[in-house]
Design a protein around this ligand. Structure first.
Ligand code: GDP
Ligand code: MN
Length: 387
């Protein structure tokens, strides 16, 4: 579960990490009121969306008076924000964060994430912050430092010291001390909140030697939400793809992709294999969809509904293995579901399993245009010729 910057900063503050003082606002008027409660000018107005690179897209503006602040908030809220991470359609901005401006001396990068290969959390730190870390890694990889943290032992102060003393030039002793403390608290927040990612870019050093998280991106491990009921309430469904949101309501395992061939499959493993088949046939899957091992008529109907709402879909491949469920029962289900949702695109069906002949006959004799494949390679051939 991804969190907004303002939510992440509230949590970090509770874990002792310094962040700029700020208020969330949903309109330009609210933004003005918010500024009244904050020190300034300058203030900073920041779009709250689940996407990075906002600075480059005009979603982060430093303003010098209230007139500029109102204009910045209005402009950011009135149209979708396009950044290198949003795609050309951009993201609707529903809220802005208004913050006290910070007098920045240096910008660092700090992240904690789980290194799956090592099976350990790792802190990544660079004194080249504020820009994309991928750029730093490509240009000067020696400036991106990594420190694994042994989970059984937890954070060791020497890890923070070794990172802070890597700074060149070394800042004041006070600043170094603040940085070491902040790195430890960031790790503490990552661990206590069951994050899968904590990214602070930039982590800044101010002219007065303070260390602050100027940006914050936290992702909470979904599998740990059961023990963080308070965090689950921070979920923002508006940030999700509308089709994925609908699928979640239907209890369907659906992920939207960019291709043109919709896939309706029972079982996650078969769904993965089906996407490979579509790719090998030279087409692109429009989605991952597992309608569940049982694949009831109801689930198939809902699956069709969601696949067909994606206007990129030009054909649907139904790949179902009738194990527990017999193929004839399933074919009737597919038929009933297809009749309920008006389908304009070709349907390619590959059925296998118990009572498969009966199942194929039902589909072939129906008045809907099913292209029934006898096996997966024929299904692939049909996919590559449709559309
Ligand atoms: P991102 O582009 O989505 O990662 O948004 P950030 O929160 O990282 O903001 C982008 C950049 O805006 C930062 O790297 C800073 O250089 C700048 N910025 C953000 N807040 C302030 C601030 O309070 N004062 C100043 N001077 N610059 C800021
Ligand atoms: Mn940033």
């Amino acid at each position: 579960m991804k969190l907004h910057e303002y939510q992440s900063k509230n949590l970090l503050k509770k874990h002792g990490v310094k962040v700029p003082e700020g208020r969330v606002a949903a309109s330009a008027g609210d933004a003005l009121d918010a500024a009244g409660e904050l020190k300034g000018p300058p203030w900073v107005v920041k779009a709250q969306v689940h996407a990075g690179g906002r600075g480059k897209g005009g979603g982060v503006r430093v303003v010098q008076d209230l007139g500029q602040l109102e204009t910045a908030a209005r402009e950011i809220l009135e149209r979708p924000l396009v950044t290198p991470q949003t795609g050309p359609e951009g993201k609707t901005v529903r809220r802005v964060l208004v913050e006290e401006g910070v007098d920045i001396d240096r910008e660092f990068y700090c992240a904690v994430l789980v290194d799956r290969a090592a099976g350990q959390p790792v802190m990544i730190f660079s004194q080249e912050g504020g820009m994309e870390i991928e750029e730093v890694a490509a240009r000067s990889p020696e400036k991106v430092l990594r420190r694994a943290v042994e989970p059984e032992i937890g954070w060791m102060p020497f890890t923070g010291r070794s990172l802070a003393y890597s700074l060149d030039p070394l800042p004041s002793p006070e600043a170094v001390k603040n940085l070491i403390a902040t790195l430890g608290r960031l790790y503490g927040a990552f661990e206590k909140l069951d994050c899968s990612l904590l990214e602070i870019n930039p982590l800044v050093l101010t002219k007065t030697g303070e260390v602050l998280a100027l940006d914050a991106k936290l992702t909470i491990d979904d599998n740990a939400l059961f023990r963080h009921k308070d965090l689950a309430a921070l979920d923002d469904p508006d940030e999700k793809d509308p089709l994925e949101r609908k699928a979640a309501e239907y209890n369907l395992n659906y992920i939207r992709l960019n291709g043109n061939i919709g896939a309706m499959v029972n079982g996650a493993g078969l769904a993965m294999a089906t996407m490979d088949v579509i790719k090998m046939a030279g087409a692109e899957p429009a989605n991952f969809l597992d309608v569940g091992g049982g694949a009831s008529e109801e689930m198939i109907t809902r699956g069709f509904e969601i696949i067909l709402e994606d206007e990129k879909v030009e054909a649907i491949l139904i790949n179902i293995f009738g194990g527990i469920l017999r193929c004839d029962v399933l074919a009737r289900g597919v038929l009933a579901a297809a009749q309920k949702t008006s389908i304009q695109v070709p349907l390619i069906v590959r059925l296998e399993g118990t009572n498969v002949e009966e199942g194929r006959r039902i589909l072939e004799e129906s008045d809907l245009k099913f292209l029934v494949a006898k096996d997966i390679s024929e299904a692939a051939r049909l996919v590559s010729s449709h559309p």
